[in-house]
Structures are given as C-alpha cells and as structure tokens.
Design a protein around this ligand. Sequence first.
Ligand SMILES: [Fe+2]
Length: 269
Amino acid sequence: MKYDFKPFSMHQVYENYTQEDFEVWKILFERQMQQLPSVASKEYLEGIKRVNFSASKIPNYDETNALLSHYTGWRIHVVPGLIANRPFFELMQAKNFCASTWLRSRSQLAYLEEPDMFHDIFGHVPLLSNQSVCHFLEELARIALRFVEDEEAVEYIARLYWYTVEFGLIHEDGALKIYGAGILSSSGESVYCLENTSVKRLPYHIKMIFDTPYIKDRFQAQYFVIDSYAMLFDSIPEIEAELEQRMALKHKKTFNFHDSEIGYHYASI
Ligand SMILES: [Fe+2]
C-alpha cells in the first residue's frame, strides 16, 4: 500500500519534539559517537561537523538545509515513510533526500521496525555534504527513472543502494571504515561489520551486487568495499550499461514486490 504522497507537502514541526525526544536523541547520538570516531569514514565524521550535529540538539531541518546548501545544494525533504519509487527518485535527482521527522521512543531503543529520523538524519545526512556521494545519488536516480517501471531493474538499483549508501564500507588510509547509513546508525552493526570473522567483505563489483539479494531485518552476511567516494560516481557508466544489457534480455527475472521498494526500508539499530 502506498501513501497518497503530495511532494513538498510535509514539514518538520520542531516545537512538537518532547523532552523525551531530546533525551532519546542524546542517548543515541552519544552511544554512536562513542564508537564511530575509530570506525567511521573520516569524511562522514567531518560531515557531522559540517552539518553541526550534536548530542544536545535534535537537528532543525531548516538549519541543516542551509548548511548543506553551501556544500552540495542537497536538502532534507520530509516524507511520511513510504513513497512510491518514481517520486523517490525524482526527488533524489533534484537533490532532495527523503527523511522522516519522527524519533523512536525510549522503549524502542533496542528494536525498530522502520527507519526514524535518527537513521535518516544521523546516518545519511553528514555524507550529503560530500560532492562525490551526491553526484553518485543524482546519477543513480537519473538511471533509476529510465527503468522505474521495470521491477527487475528497480530491484538491481535497490541492491546497489543497499550495499553502498546503506551498508557500504570504504578503504581509508589503509584501514576499513564505515560509510553506510544503516551501519552508522546501528550500535550493533557498527561493531559487527568490522569485527565479525565470518562475514564477507568483498570488493565493490557492480554485477556481483546486482546478483546479491539483501535481507532487511538482520545484520548483513556480506559487505562491499569501495576504495574512494569517487569510485561510486565513476561506476555510473558501468551501472547504466549493465542495466541496459540486462533489460535487453528476453527472459526477465521476477522478484518479490517488497524487494523492489527502495523508498522504504527497515533500519537495523
Ligand atoms: Fe536509509
């Protein structure tokens, strides 16, 4: 089921955040910032400073957008949660990052069924100050819109998004670091992804990612590792060519409907 979504119709009502919301944000922010400085990509950590996030304040989207505009021109766009693929990619191509405004409650600290603003904002927004990441997203959206009516193509794009923007790792200064928002906003997975000895950490490979399904509500069985953020943007021609090639094939693959919904996913915290 899809919401009747009217673009640009929703806003963050900052006054509605309660004392509990501020406390929850502080708990989550401090929990992550205790471990991320040694395991997160330095570009992400720099991004936290650029967008001025702190433990004491729930981000005000107008203020965040004003800061982001200096770096990449991207902005946070408030959505109700689930939106259809086409508006999701249209917004992305126009430099709008879809995010919710609600924050989990104290009782949800250990488990969350859908992404809240801690995932959407803390996890994603700092890297929206990075031009290579933003160019990659804009181009990925352009390609997605070419194939948006094709369930198979959208599934491939969703897998690529999943294994990069959501759960990507990066080689940085000779070490493995985290840049995927799904990991950065998860206290458990930000340790597991680097320390677990049985999980696979594979080189970034378009065809392999296209052929690797993902599971939403548990830690990943494999991660894909990039060498730089430019590598994402530089892979755009290969992504487009591979999609064109697969879409030209006669025998189409079919997927479960829920697998091809990229505008909505579960956050593993
Ligand atoms: Fe996300």
